[in-house]
Design a protein around this ligand. Structure first.
Ligand SMILES: [Zn+2]
Length: 187
């Protein structure tokens, strides 16, 4: 399993996708420059922003344990992640979270509370996206917790891990570690 440092401070410029597009998607000319936030074509003035994507995650507490999915897919396949995913166009973060829970667990919480948001980097097909991950919290009884079942496309299994013994190095994303640290200050 790939080990990630607990804290990784990365310069936004390190996620430089400058070489990703070699030609302007508007005029087809070669004069396209990466500014750190957007591409701009010197030929026609077209600008394309590589914007931050929004995602939502759930810290689900059942009797002092937190629910994790063991990731079936890259990035960070085999590492632990919280239920959740990217916000689709037209969705609120809350709607996205409940949809992702239904898709990944066959269940969605009735009551969620906002915890905090943290930035994250997410690599997909060699493109690095900056995300803003919004974390929510919910509680679940032990009987209901036993009925959850993972979507095998998303997770190889579900794991309930006590908040007092979280395996920090096995957690897929830095934003998740930050959210869990914040949550631990509250309980
Ligand atoms: Zn152009």
């Amino acid at each position: 399993m790939e080990k990630q440092p607990i804290s990784e401070a990365r310069d936004p410029q390190s996620a430089n996708p400058a070489g990703l597009f070699r030609f302007c998607p508007s005029c087809g000319g070669p004069g396209i420059d990466w500014s750190g936030r957007f591409w701009r074509c010197g030929g026609c003035g077209f600008e394309y922003f590589h914007n931050v994507a929004a995602a939502a995650g759930l810290i689900l507490n059942s009797g002092g344990s937190c629910l994790f999915l063991r990731r079936a897919k890259e990035p960070r396949r085999g590492c632990l992640a919280l239920p959740g995913g990217f916000v689709d166009p037209g969705e609120s973060a809350e709607q996205a979270l409940l949809r992702e829970c239904r898709e990944e667990l066959g269940w969605a919480p009735k009551d969620i509370r906002f915890l905090a948001s943290f930035p994250n980097r997410y690599e997909f097909q060699k493109v690095e996206y900056w995300t803003c991950d919004l974390f929510f919290i919910a509680d679940l009884g032990k009987k209901e917790a036993a009925r959850l079942s993972p979507d095998p496309d998303e997770a190889t299994g579900l794991e309930w891990i006590e908040f007092g013994s979280l395996p920090w190095e096995s957690i897929a994303f830095e934003s998740t570690r930050q959210a869990l640290r914040q949550y631990l200050l509250r309980i």
